[in-house]
Design a protein around this ligand. Structure first.
Ligand code: ZN
Length: 175
């Protein structure tokens, strides 16, 4: 697990930055239902797969921009603004204090969580992208020195370990 549900969500694409190996770990609605339950989200309503995939790509673009130390491209920023606005508009409000938005569906809940993450400089400062070639997974670096480079404690850049990493993630996705 990446340490944050939004990062886990984006990480449902394995080998994201390698076009040859890129693999969607949640290929259908049943897999998304399982994923949402495992992610411990409050919302249970599941939007269609296209909406989930579009949000996943948008969040990946934002996180890529962050770890590459660039501002998000204007179309990405605008799409994110509109997405976040819609998620809030559709949300209910909790009945009692602390007052917080109650997301209408899984996409909206992930959007609200991502909005918090992307606005929180301290949390954002711990977001990393695995240095393993082609891996592309994001994680929160909770190490004391903040110098963690790999998605797992092993060396994702090492060919052999990368293969085992692949097997592990495939197994994890199948569970
Ligand atoms: Zn990795």
């Amino acid at each position: 697990m990446a340490g944050h549900p939004v990062l886990d969500f984006v990480n449902t694409v394995a080998w994201r930055t390698d076009d040859g190996r890129r693999a969607d770990r949640v290929p259908d609605e049943a897999a998304w239902t399982r994923w949402a339950a495992d992610a411990g989200l409050g919302a249970t309503a599941l939007p269609d797969g296209a909406s989930l995939r579009a949000l996943r790509e948008l969040l990946a673009a934002l996180l890529d921009a962050y770890v590459d130390a660039t501002a998000p491209a204007p179309p990405v920023r605008e799409r994110w603004r509109a997405t976040a606005l819609t998620a809030r508009e559709r949300s209910a409000l909790s009945h009692d204090f602390p007052l917080h938005p109650v997301a209408a569906n899984v996409c909206d809940e992930l959007t609200l969580k991502a909005e918090e993450l992307l606005a929180d400089a301290a949390a954002l400062g711990r977001v990393r992208r695995c240095a393993g070639p082609g891996c592309g997974w994001f994680f929160l670096d909770r190490s004391r020195n903040g110098a963690r480079r790999w998605c797992s404690s092993g060396d994702c850049g090492n060919r052999d370990r990368a293969r085992r990493h692949y097997e592990r993630t495939r197994q994890a996705a199948a569970n």
